[in-house]
Structure formats: structure tokens, C-alpha cells
Design a protein around this ligand. Structure first.
Ligand SMILES: NC(=O)c1ccc[n+]([C@@H]2O[C@H](COP(=O)([O-])OP(=O)(O)OC[C@H]3O[C@@H](n4cnc5c(N)ncnc54)[C@H](O)[C@@H]3O)[C@@H](O)[C@H]2O)c1
Length: 718
């Protein structure tokens, strides 16, 4: 053994070949944490000193190669400023350069994920052999960063400038066929043959059959491109990448800039340029938010896994009541992730609709080559449409998704309780009705809770799991386990009107209603909020949700929180509702909807809406962009703070992720609490106080005032 550490080891194989194996102790994956980086350096010392090595093979002792840097180490390093960032990056840059400069050929056997730094170390090798199940890629832009260990230097020299810019700016994982076609790897073989294939290649290089030195020279030299070619290539690429990413996500353009400024230089100078761009990216609020979001996502995943561990049994057979938009979506999602599901409706038409929806989604996957027709058949077979309760005695969970009417829901829930076993969990997909209220007629309220999916079910990652007063831990655990199996992000919350997501969304809509009442142009409000980062502004969102659904939910919220949400004027949404303008669903809401060439609804401005609003709103006037943002965001933020203080949601991380998964809160802001931290609570309180005459929705909570006084934040120093 030449070197033996906790993260990697080096040993001699036959024929003078050494094997450097990454195998991080106590972890399921390999990553470049400080320990791995430092041991990598020690291992290189040993390799350089050994003297009798003819070739080096890099392998992994785990199911993945290396998944990338250890993101939990970023926060501390990034907040230390440029020096802290350089310090984190330099050691491994040095390692990879040393690997590239060894006086004998090197090869890597990529057996599983080789992402970020994991792939950058592969690029430092002379030869790359990839397993047929492996994936490679440079996903740093997803964290608001750029590759910082030579990715923007070596990849363009290996696969060409255009390909590298595309790979890096999109940050996608690449499959073996794509990697081979791009010449990012030399061969793709079955995982079992990987090591032998890599050794063979290495052997040929040692024997002088393959010129490894020439490959190195290319990676270490300027890229042969003339100035005009380069000017054209970089100009168009930057414009395209910038437009795709949007101004709130600067790192893809920074990555292309790194390639552009480094292409005429040798390796070491180009690496220095890369580091400048890395530091610039790492210091943006976007990187801070996206790194925070990654960590929050892991935290949410861990909480859900812990719930799953508490489940005394798995959900093996499910049923959904109501085959409408939501019921059909739930059936599709359950079946496609392997849990058979009965889909019951009282109306054959409903069933046909539900099945048709599932069919359409599956057919699209088959069309795109992402599913075989046989698999499609299997999934459809797992959905059993029915008009009766036959077989419900074998069901582990019933998800109720009938119309949003408490009387109907009470009747349906009471009835289904008599058709299932005492152990069956019953969940309601209600979006507004209190779980405790729905539980009232039930004999076993401990088995009852909310399981709130979002529309469209197959696309929206969030499921709010709502515990009622009497809901048992077991019921929560089973439902979270089921949501996990469905590939959803489950967040457990307490019962209250609107639960978590709608409870904070409707104050935001109330802010919108007051702006329009006071003379703001709803299209202008949409524009400002979309520029702030929301995927759609409030008027457009209301149209997509459905004005009828929205108005109904507003009423529920008004009853639940009369002091803040009680209606004191005719809101714009009421005007639309009264005029039968229900939004996208009937082609008319705040906007009118026409079909585009692909048959999708396209919004166009509607004079009629303005005419309808006129008698109910003040004369049109201009609002400053900052005023619009404050009047929209203050009610949402204070309501979320209230939810945290009341224990509706357990942690800032879960609250922030719920809004990102559930309603598309702008990810580059990291979530509402992350946003509040970034502006400072004292500033937020001042912002809110400017609008105190608008009522209680603009009143910061006691907790917020306390934080403003003490200068504390939701995330501490993270
Ligand atoms: N549509 C959304 O965006 C959305 C989002 C989240 C939650 N939800 C909630 O999901 C539930 C369903 O909403 P939807 O939009 O799918 O409604 P929908 O009107 O599309 O479907 C309701 C279905 O329930 C059926 N139904 C009525 N009574 C029934 C009964 N006794 N037994 C079995 N089936 C019965 C109807 O025939 C219809 O097919 C509601 O509680 C709603 O608030 C809706």
C-alpha cells in the first residue's frame, strides 16, 4: 500500500500500475471535502516519490465515482471573502495539475456519477473510460457557481468550445452516449468490464501505442481559434446563455466568460481566470441562495426520511376518491411510481376524464422515448377505475379528492370510513377546509389527515401533509412514506385555514387587491413581480389557479383570519368572478386567453377587464416598483413568520422550501426567510411600517420586531 487514508488509498497493481481508489469512510458517496482534498495531495506526494510507477488508474470504491465538492463546506468558505474562496479552491487545483503532470499516463474508470469536481478530476486524467450506467457533468451553475477546478479550462480543450459552453451553462448530467459522442470520454463499457478496459487503455499508453503526452499538451495549451472565430462564437454564445438563464442567474455567463478570457492562454493562466470568475459567482446573492436551497432541500429530505422510518407499514395499495383534475393526477403519480391505486368516482364521465389524463401524460413520455410502451401498459394497469367500493377492505390509504365542499366531503369521508379497515389511513386533498373540521364526523380521526397535492400533480414537487389535532404519528409517518415513494417532497404542517402555502399566498393576493383598488395597473404589477423573480405575476397566477377557486379560498381565509383577511371592499377578483371570468379555464380572467400554435393557452391583454374594474378602483396612477414589491411581499412574509411562530411549520428551511416547491417562489432568493435575512429584519420592519395604514396584513409580528431589535436572522450564520 503506497498510501492509506480515510478518503482514499493507493496500491500497486501488476505491471507497474498504481491504483488510486476514492472510498470515503462512513459516507455512501465520495465527495471532495477538505479531508479528501488533503489526502489526495498526500497520495500524490507518495505517487511522485515512488519512482517505479508506470501508470496510474483512478477508481472508486463506491457506487458513484465522486459526486462533487462538499457543499456543506461552502458557507463558511464563501463568507470569508475572496481569500477564503481561493483557499478552498487552490489545493485541489494544485492536486489536479499535479495529476496531469505526472511523468506517466493516467486513466480513470468512471463507474457512477462523476459530477462537478468529480468530473474535473477525470478531465485531469489522460484517458477516461465510462461505465454504461454512469453520468458525468458540471452542474455548478445550479448552485449559482461555475466549475472552479479546471472545468472551464479543460473541458473546452477536450470537447471544443461550443460543446463545453453548452454543457457548463446548462449544468446537465450527461449520459454515456452523449459523453462518448462529444469525445468527453474515450470509451463506454459495461460496469463490470470497466476496470479491465481502463487498464487495457493504460497498458497501451505505457507501451507507447497511445500518445498521452500529446493529449496533455492540448489540455495545457491555448485553444487554436482565430480572433474572428472566437469573437463570433463567444458573442452569440453569451447572448444565448444570458437570455436562457435570465439576469438573476449570472453564473452561466460567467462560465462562458471564463472560457472566453482563457482560450488564448496556457493552463495555469487560464486557471487563474477561472478562479476570478468563480469568486465573482460565489459572492453573488444568487449563489448564497442556491447553495442554501440545496442544503435546505437536503434537510427537508432528511426530515421526510425520518418520518418514513417511523412508519410501521408501507402503503402497498391506495385508492383515490374523485377522478377529477387532482384525483386523475394522484392516480397517475401513484401508479407511475409503483403503487397500485383504485380510482373511484360517482360519475363514469369523471373516470374517463381521469384515465384520459393519465393516458396523455404517459403517451407523451413514450413519444419522447422516456418510457417504453410496455412500461406504459404496466402503469395503466396499476390504475383501477371503479364506481363502487368493492375491494376497499384491502386498501392501505384512501386519498379523498372530491369537490371542495365541506358537506360533500363530510358525507364521502364518513361513508368511506365504513368501507375500509380500522387501520386504513384516510387523507383529504382539500386545499382550504380545516382538517379538524373535516374529521368531526369520523369515528377514527387519528387515522385522518390532509395530503395536499398541487396542480398539476405530476409536475409540482410539493405535498403538504397536514396533521389535525387528533391525527396519530403513525398516520403522518405512513403518508409521508407514501409521498416519498411518489417522488414528492413532503412537508409536515399543522392544521389552520389555508395550511401553510395557501395561508401565505392569499395575503399576497390581498396585497394585490389593495394595489389595484388604489389605482395600480394589474399588468404593471404582474410585470414588476415577474421581474422580481416570480414565474407569473399575481393577476396571471389568479387566472391560472382559477378565479372561482381563488374567490372561494379568499372567503375561507377571511372567515379564518377576519382581522387580517376580512373583506372590506370589492376586490378585483370578485369583479372578475361576478362577470363569469374564471380565468384560464374559461378563456377569460384578468387576461383573455387564446390558443398558441401548439394549442397552449396564451394570455393577451383584455380591455374588458379594465372596463369592469373601473367602477371599483381609484383613478389609475403610477406606483414605484419598490412600493409594488413591498405591498405584495410584506403580507406574505409576515404571514409566513406568523406560521413559524405558531408552530404551523417547524423550521425556516421547511417553510422556504414549501413556497419554492409549491408556488415557485424565486429560487435565486433562497426563500422568504432567506430573503428577509438578506435585507435585514430592521429594514424589513421599516418597509412594513410605511404601509401600516393598509391594515393588519402589514404589521410585523412580535417575533419579527424582536429580531429587528436584536439583529438576529432566521438562518444564523449559514
Ligand atoms: N384543482 C386544483 O388546482 C386543486 C389543487 C389542490 C387541491 N385541490 C382540491 O382537490 C379536490 C378536487 O379538486 P379537483 O380540482 O380535482 O375537482 P374536480 O371537480 O376536477 O373533480 C372532482 C371529482 O370528484 C367527483 N366526485 C364528486 N363527488 C364524489 C363522490 N361522492 N365520490 C367520488 N367522486 C366524487 C366528481 O365527479 C369529479 O370527477 C378539491 O378538494 C380541491 O380543493 C384542487
Amino acid at each position: 500500500m503506497l498510501f492509506s487514508g480515510k478518503a482514499l488509498s493507493v496500491q500497486m497493481l501488476e505491471d507497474g500500475i498504481a491504483e488510486l481508489k476514492f472510498d470515503l469512510e462512513g459516507e455512501s458517496v465520495n465527495k471532495f471535502n477538505r479531508q479528501t482534498v488533503s489526502e489526495f495531495s498526500e497520495a500524490l506526494d507518495a505517487i511522485e516519490k515512488a519512482g517505479d510507477i508506470k501508470g496510474l488508474l483512478l477508481t472508486s470504491g463506491k457506487g458513484v465515482f465522486i459526486v462533487g465538492a462538499d457543499i456543506t463546506e461552502f458557507g463558511g468558505a464563501f463568507s470569508a471573502g475572496p481569500e477564503g474562496i481561493s483557499e478552498l479552491m487552490n489545493k485541489n487545483n494544485e492536486n489536479i495539475n499535479r495529476l496531469e503532470d505526472l511523468p506517466f499516463p493516467t486513466a480513470v474508470a468512471i463507474n457512477g456519477y462523476a459530477l462537478g469536481g468529480g468530473f474535473e478530476v477525470c478531465l485531469g486524467c489522460d484517458f477516461r473510460v465510462m461505465g454504461d450506467k454512469a453520468k458525468v457533468g458540471l452542474p455548478e451553475v445550479k448552485l449559482g457557481l461555475i466549475p472552479g477546478w479546471g472545468g472551464t479550462v479543460r473541458l473546452p480543450r477536450v470537447i471544443g468550445v461550443d460543446g463545453a459552453a453548452e454543457w457548463i451553462a446548462a449544468g446537465k448530467e450527461q449520459r454515456p452516449d452523449a459523453a462518448l459522442a462529444a469525445h468527453a470520454v474515450d470509451a463506454v463499457v459495461a460496469t463490470e468490464q470497466l476496470k479491465a478496459a481502463a487498464l487495457k487503455l493504460l497498458g497501451r499508453a505505457i507501451a507507447g501505442e497511445l500518445d498521452y503526452k500529446e493529449r496533455r499538451e492540448i489540455k495545457k495549451s491555448p485553444i487554436p481559434m482565430n480572433d474572428t472565430e472566437a469573437l463570433m462564437a463567444f458573442f452569440t454564445t453569451k447572448a444565448f446563455v444570458g437570455q436562457q438563464a435570465g439576469k438573476n442567474y449570472p453564473s452561466p455567463v460567467n462560465a462562458v466568460t471564463s472560457i472566453e478570457q482563457g482560450y488564448k492562454l496556457g493552463r495555469d493562466e487560464a486557471l487563474a481566470i477561472e478562479q476570478q470568475q468563480f469568486i465573482a459567482s460565489a459572492q453573488t446573492g444568487t449563489a448564497k441562495s442556491l447553495v442554501g436551497l440545496f442544503l435546505n432541500d437536503q434537510k427537508v429530505g432528511k426530515v421526510a426520511k425520518n418520518w418514513e422510518k417511523k412508519a410501521d407499514k408501507q402503503i402497498e395499495r391506495a385508492a383515490v376518491l374523485g377522478a377529477g383534475i387532482m384525483g386523475g393526477g394522484i392516480a397517475y403519480q401513484s401508479a407511475s411510481k409503483g403503487t397500485p391505486i383504485k380510482m373511484k368516482d360517482i360519475d363514469q364521465k369523471g373516470i374517463d376524464l381521469g384515465l384520459n389524463e393519465a393516458n396523455k401524460l404517459l403517451a407523451k413520455m413514450v413519444e419522447r422515448g422516456r418510457m417504453t410502451p410496455a412500461k406504459m401498459g404496466e402503469v395503466l394497469n396499476r390504475i383501477e377505475p371503479t364506481l363502487s367500493y368493492d375491494g376497499f377492505e384491502n386498501i392501505d390509504i384512501v386519498v379523498e379528492a372530491v369537490v371542495e365542499n365541506p358537506k360533500v366531503k363530510h358525507a364521502v369521508l364518513k361513508e368511506v370510513e365504513t368501507k375500509v379497515t380500522e387501520d386504513t389511513v384516510i387523507a383529504s386533498n382539500t386545499s382550504t377546509i380545516s382538517i379538524d373540521h373535516l374529521a368531526e364526523p369520523l369515528a377514527r380521526p387519528e387515522n385522518f389527515l390532509g395530503m395536499h397535492f398541487f396542480n398539476p400533480v405530476h409536475k409540482m414537487p410539493l405535498v403538504e401533509v397536514i396533521r389535525g389535532e387528533k391525527t396519530s404519528e403513525t398516520a403522518v409517518a405512513r403518508v409521508v412514506a407514501y409521498a416519498n415513494k411518489m417522488g414528492k417532497k413532503a412537508i409536515v404542517v399543522r392544521d389552520c385555514p389555508g395550511f401553510l402555502v395557501n395561508r401565505v399566498l392569499f395575503p399576497y393576493f390581498a396585497g394585490f387587491a389593495m394595489l389595484v383598488r388604489d389605482g395600480a395597473d394589474f399588468q404593471e404589477v404582474d410585470k414588476v413581480m415577474e421581474r422580481w423573480g416570480w414565474p407569473m405575476g399575481p393577476a396571471y397566477l389568479m387566472d391560472v389557479v382559477g378565479i372561482d377557486t381563488g374567490v372561494h379560498a379568499e372567503q375561507v381565509m377571511a372567515e379564518g383570519f377576519p382581522d387580517r383577511m376580512g373583506k372590506t371592499f370589492t376586490a378585483a377578483s370578485d369583479v372578475m368572478y361576478e362577470a363569469g371570468r374564471y380565468g384560464q379555464k374559461n378563456g377569460k380572467g384578468f387576461y383573455n386567453y387564446e390558443e398558441d400554435k401548439k394549442g397552449r393557452p396564451k394570455k393577451v391583454a383584455s380591455e374588458e377587464s379594465y372596463e369592469l374594474l373601473k367602477p371599483h378602483v381609484a383613478e389609475r396612477r403610477e406606483f414605484e416598483k419598490d412600493e409594488i414589491i413591498a405591498r405584495m411581499m410584506v403580507p406574505m412574509a409576515t404571514e409566513l413568520a406568523r406560521c413559524l411562530e405558531e408552530g404551523i411549520v417547524e423550521s425556516p428551511a421547511e417553510a422556504d422550501m414549501a413556497l419554492i416547491y409549491g408556488i415557485g417562489f424565486p429560487p435565486f432568493r433562497g426563500g422568504i426567510f432567506a430573503w428577509l435575512d438578506s435585507i435585514g429584519m430592521d429594514n424589513f420592519v421599516k418597509m412594513a411600517e410605511q404601509f401600516s395604514d393598509l391594515g393588519k396584513l402589514y404589521e410585523p409580528t412580535e417575533g419579527m420586531r424582536e429580531m429587528a431589535k436584536n439583529g438576529t436572522t432566521y438562518y444564523g450564520d449559514k
